[in-house]
Structure formats: structure tokens, C-alpha cells
Design a binder for this molecule. Structure first.
Ligand code: 5GP
Ligand code: MN
Ligand code: MN
Length: 459
């Protein structure tokens, strides 16, 4: 171990984490060349490819490594929160229509294509400009890009570093949800914990909001696949020894490391644009359903966060200011009040952090804190985290039954696959409240609002 490992957990969550390989993977991550501080596990941790989901590792520039497996296959998987001006009791009579319309208008399912089939030139633009590409196409507003991590665009992206195969997989997938863990959800705000932050974010009790969870689709997956393979050769070249080949990495300042960084940023931009187009489709759907009902159909963007990404940031480590690559895999940036990276209207209260729980329980909006800057490279949890593997969940749950049960709770479900639905059942995830309690207790985030599901769209 080059640095210690630090685990954020309660007793129950720690016991849970010890039942899979996540802590072993965390210890493995402490051997990454150039890692500083400590490798971190969030309370929602579970085992992943080489590096745990719910893990954070910062490596020092210029010669520390970047590791694709420590960022994840779904590059810039993330969450976007949209807020309407409709209240839960007002939407109730329209909920079935809305759920069906969202399912029809927002393409979902494995490998599913969308409204666009991008030419090479357009794809290059999306990869370079992310959500900003959507501005000129009438698919985004200035307010949208202002209210997003990095304004929905990473500047170092280089489309030329993305393979033809990756491009072909993504070409028709802009504005699609995908399947599995990804979802689009209509929620209501059921609790406010921090009045000041909620007001800044524009959140009110009873308000209807929309959560979008998805990433870079086949394109990002292929970028990760390509570089995991290429990096195997780099290990020998740079004399890197690792306890697990899945942790493959290359120095940030090597040609391989630079190529992956630029490709990863391009894939991240694809994901930002993907969630942006989905937000646009949600807007169109609200207008379609609510125009003429007397209800307002405006939908405002609260924020958009990445939770699978590598970011070049400045942090203080052992009293020393340094530039690092923060690998966040199943972890969310949670910058403290005052940061320049936060939009001016949120700056006084901290960065919004979006933490989905499950389709049958609750999700949370948190705010970033000074504690996160000091302890976790400005990071916090990203979800409830898995409790059961997909296979175990499928053994315990039948999709149709789950859909019925949720419907009795008033939650409308529209899903392409009942088996897929079972894999994502609420029992497949940990108790999100326990996760939130740990991050709040440790001071690495502050609870702002609780959201509860009204309608869930799944691939
Ligand atoms: P991941 O990106 O790691 O797969 O998922 C992020 C988190 O989303 C999971 O840890 C889980 O807590 C949450 N989640 C999964 N499915 C749903 C859903 O249908 N609705 C909500 N609100 N959260 C979900
Ligand atoms: Mn995700
Ligand atoms: Mn994902």
C-alpha cells in the first residue's frame, strides 16, 4: 500500500461491504502509482471492475496514473434533476398519461437508438462540446448549461482519440436512456432539510421534479474497453506492477495516459449531451401532456452531476496544494460553498449533489461541504448502492409482481423488460437513509431535500 484506505460506513454498511470484494479492491487501489492522501470507499460501496463502485482515488500530476477501471465502463454516468412548477396533488389525475408519454418519447432499452443519427462531423461536435452542442440545436437553454457540473462540457476532450467502433456504437444513441440501472423518474419533494439551500435550488415541498439517470451508452463503454486493452501493454513499458490486472493504468503524462484522458473526456461530453437531449424530450412531453390543462408545463434544470469520471482538480493534501486526477467511480463531486465551479446562484450554499435511492423508496438532494473538500477531494456518495447482485435479485423478485406492488403504492412503472425491472427492485439496493446518515455524520455532504417516486421509466 502506498497510502492508507479510508472507509466511510456504519457498522451495518461495513459488514455489508465485507461480503464482497469491494474492500479488497479498495486496498488494491492504494497501490496505484502517484496516489495521494488515501483511497476512499463511500458508504454505498460495492464491488466493481477492478475498483469498487463508490470509490474515490486521487493521483498526482504530472506522472501519477489514470486508470479506466477506476472511472468505470459507463463514462460520465450521472444524474440530472429537473423541477416543474406543478404540485403532487395536481399531477395525480395526469400521472398515467404522463408516464406513458415519457416512456414513448424517451427511447429506452438495450442498444436502442434515438431521434438522431449523427454524421461524423456532428458526432465530433458532440464529443468536443457536450451539452453546449445542444444550445445551437434548440435542445438546451443557457440556464441548463449554467446549472451543470462543468457546464456540461469538459474542455480537454479530443474526438480523434475515440475509436471508430466506439463512434459507431454511439452514433444513433444520443438522447436514449439505455437499460438496466438507468431510469427516468417523476418524483415529488416530500421533505426539506435545509431551507436556504432548497430555496437556492428552487425546491419546494410537494413540488413535482424529474430525475434522469444515464451515461454515455455504447460509446463510453467502448472507450473504456479499448483503453483497458491498450493499457495492458503500457504496464510493462512503464514498469507498473499491480495486484489486479483490472486496475490497469498509465501515467497521466504518457502518450497512452493522455490519449485515454482525452477520449474519456469526449465520452463524458457525449453523456452530458445525452442527458441534455433527454431533458429536452422531457420538456416536450410535459408540454404535450399539460398544455391546455391549465397547469404550468415549464421545466427548469436544477443541476446535472457526473458519478463515473476522472477530473483534473486542485486539492490540498497534507497541507500542500497540488493538482490531481480525482477518479470518482460511483461517487459524486460535492464542492463546498464558495467554489468558483458552482453556479453563482448556488454558490453560497454549495454544489447540488443528486443521490438516487431506488424506484420504490426515496432519493436525496444534498449539498457539498467544506468537510468534503478537506476529507474526500470534494466527493461524496452517489446512490444507495447495490445490496444484491443482479442474479440474486432476479431469484428473489418477479418483475410483474413488483410492478403490481409499486402500483399499489401509487408508483406507476413503465418498463421494457420485466426481468430487467426485477434486477433493479428496491431490495436490490441498500437503505439510502443509512448512506445519507453516514455522509452527513462525517460532514462530507448536507441533506437538502428528499424525493419520493410517483412514476418510473426503465428500459
Ligand atoms: P449506479 O449508477 O451505480 O448503477 O446507480 C446509482 C444509484 O441509483 C444506485 O446505487 C441506486 O441507489 C439508484 N437507483 C437504481 N435504480 C433506481 C431507480 O429506479 N430509481 C431511483 N430513484 N434510484 C435508483
Ligand atoms: Mn450511474
Ligand atoms: Mn450507468
Amino acid at each position: 500500500m502506498r497510502v492508507p484506505a479510508r472507509i466511510y460506513a456504519s457498522r451495518t454498511l461495513l459488514e455489508k461491504a465485507l461480503t464482497d470484494k469491494s474492500i479488497e479492491q479498495l486496498v488494491n487501489a492504494t497501490t496505484l502509482p502517484g496516489i495521494v492522501g488515501y483511497a476512499i470507499a463511500m458508504p454505498d460501496v460495492h464491488q466493481g471492475y477492478g475498483f469498487p463502485v463508490g470509490g474515490v482515488a486521487a493521483t498526482r500530476l504530472p506522472d501519477g496514473v489514470i486508470s479506466p477501471g477506476s472511472i468505470g465502463y459507463d463514462i460520465n454516468c450521472g444524474v440530472r434533476l429537473l423541477a416543474s412548477d406543478i404540485y403532487a396533488d395536481e399531477i395525480e389525475p395526469h400521472l398515467d398519461t404522463l408516464a406513458t408519454a415519457l416512456y414513448q418519447n424517451c427511447p429506452s432499452g438495450v442498444g436502442q437508438g434515438g431521434r438522431f443519427r449523427l454524421s461524423d462531423k456532428e458526432l465530433d461536435q458532440v464529443l468536443a462540446e457536450g451539452a453546449h452542442w445542444c444550445l445551437s440545436r434548440g435542445l438546451a437553454t443557457n440556464d441548463d448549461v449554467r446549472h451543470a457540473e462543468e457546464t456540461g462540457r469538459l474542455r480537454g476532450a479530443d474526438p480523434a482519440r475515440v475509436s471508430k467502433h466506439a463512434r459507431d456504437r454511439g452514433r444513433d444513441q444520443l438522447g436514449t436512456l439505455g437499460a438496466g440501472n438507468h431510469f427516468l423518474e417523476v418524483d415529488q419533494v416530500t421533505a426539506i432539510y435545509d431551507e436556504e439551500a432548497a430555496e437556492a435550488y428552487g425546491l419546494r415541498l410537494g413540488q413535482v421534479v424529474v430525475l434522469i439517470h444515464c451515461g454515455s451508452r455504447g460509446l463510453g463503454h467502448q472507450v473504456c474497453t479499448d483503453y483497458v486493452r491498450d493499457f495492458q501493454k503500457a504496464l510493462q513499458r512503464y514498469h507498473i506492477q499491480l495486484p489486479d490486472r483490472e486496475l490497469v493504468c498509465a501515467p497521466l503524462n504518457s502518450p497512452e495516459g493522455e490519449a485515454y484522458t482525452a477520449a474519456m473526456q469526449a465520452a463524458a461530453n457525449f453523456a452530458f449531451a445525452n442527458r441534455q437531449v433527454l431533458a429536452h424530450l422531457v420538456r416536450e412531453t410535459f408540454e404535450q401532456v399539460f398544455a391546455g390543462t391549465g397547469l404550468p408545463f415549464d421545466v427548469r434544470q436544477v443541476y446535472d452531476v457526473a458519478h463515473n469520471i476522472g477530473k483534473i482538480e486542485w486539492h490540498t493534501v497534507d497541507g500542500q496544494r497540488m493538482q490531481v486526477c480525482v477518479h470518482r467511480k460511483g461517487a459524486t463531486r460535492a464542492f463546498a460553498p464558495g467554489s468558483d465551479e458552482i453556479p453563482p446562484d448556488y454558490r453560497a450554499v454549495g454544489q447540488p449533489v443528486l443521490v438516487p435511492g431506488s424506484m420504490g423508496t426515496a432519493s436525496y438532494v444534498l449539498a457539498g461541504t467544506q468537510g468534503a473538500m478537506e476529507q474526500t477531494f470534494g466527493s461524496t456518495c452517489h446512490g444507495a448502492g447495490r445490496n444484491l447482485s443482479r442474479t440474486a435479485a432476479k431469484k428473489q423478485v418477479r418483475g410483474e409482481e413488483l410492478k403490481q406492488r409499486l402500483s399499489h403504492q401509487g408508483i406507476r412503472v413503465r418498463a421494457g423488460s420485466m426481468r430487467g425491472l426485477a434486477e433493479e427492485a428496491p431490495v436490490a439496493y441498500k437503505q439510502v437513509e443509512e448512506v445519507i446518515e453516514v455522509v452527513e455524520g462525517a460532514g462530507i455532504a448536507r441533506a437538502v431535500a428528499r424525493l419520493e417516486p410517483m412514476a418510473v421509466i426503465k428500459g
